[in-house]
Design a binder for this molecule. Structure first.
Ligand SMILES: [Zn+2]
Ligand SMILES: [Zn+2]
Length: 258
């Protein structure tokens, strides 16, 4: 335990994973051990990253450590507040890790039911992708059981509503990914076409023409919009304005100015 605590606190993910993987499955896991493990600053992030790592032994040991830690309510608080801890525990639980389920229940019992329910609700939606079917169904079934049972004890209608929300979110996520791919492809297309003045009446191009990009929408999905002169840019402004404003707003994550 001493060396494990030191490895977790070191901030070295590989050392932490190796130490976790070497932990015997029956290692004593009491609230005191959990407290000792989580005492150092880097320990909780190291456990969370081990949870999500491909190292199965390390991930399983990490969820056992978090289960032990969550036996103490102040530590459950820290686990609930740590970025990524609950989603990582929920994914482990969805995959059939009972210790992760115990840790989630302990965190929920410590007054963080809403956060735990939100993390578990993610599992209710199919993730999609080839070969995901059976594993998804198992995870969804476990999540349902967790939400319905103590200490969360959600009513059946609430779990059904969460499942519908999760399904909608997962469809939207897929749609956003498709749109992002389309935008990237559009930018590549726009960058590949021959460069010419964007003003409809002009379209000048060639080595002797000095084209300058519109400063408003540089880096937008259509690539650089070029003009041979300020006159051409002014002449084209009414046509170009809606795109230019939308591209500038999208770059800072807001809505286009009216
Ligand atoms: Zn021009
Ligand atoms: Zn522009």
């Amino acid at each position: 335990m001493e060396s494990l605590a030191a490895a977790l606190a070191s901030g070295d993910a590989a050392a932490a994973a190796a130490a976790l993987a070497g932990l015997p499955a029956d290692a004593a896991t009491t609230a005191e051990h959990g407290a000792a493990l989580l005492a150092a600053d880097g320990a909780l992030p190291a456990l969370v990253s081990a949870l999500g790592s491909g190292n199965t032994a390390a991930a399983a040991a990490a969820s056992r450590c978090l289960r032990a830690a969550a036996l103490g309510a102040p530590l459950a608080e820290r686990i609930a507040g740590a970025g990524g801890a609950l989603p990582a525990l929920a994914r482990r639980f969805g995959g059939g890790d009972a210790a992760a389920g115990d840790a989630l229940r302990a965190v929920a019992a410590a007054g963080h039911g809403a956060c735990v329910a939100a993390a578990a609700a993610e599992l209710l939606a199919p993730a999609g992708g080839a070969g995901a079917g059976a594993a998804d169904e198992g995870a969804a079934g476990r999540a349902r059981a967790l939400l319905l049972a103590e200490p969360l004890s959600l009513p059946e209608v609430a779990v059904d509503a969460l499942a519908r929300c999760a399904a909608t979110t997962s469809r939207l996520r897929a749609r956003v990914q498709a749109l992002e791919a389309l935008l990237a492809a559009a930018a590549a297309e726009a960058a590949a076409r021959p460069e010419a003045c964007a003003a409809g009446a002009c379209r000048k191009s060639g080595a002797d023409v000095r084209l300058k990009p519109c400063a408003g929408c540089q880096g937008g999905p259509a690539g650089r919009i070029l003009y041979c002169s300020p006159q051409c840019q002014r002449a084209d402004w009414q046509r170009h304005k809606p795109y230019c404003r939308a591209a500038a707003a999208a770059a800072v994550g807001g809505a286009p100015a009216p």
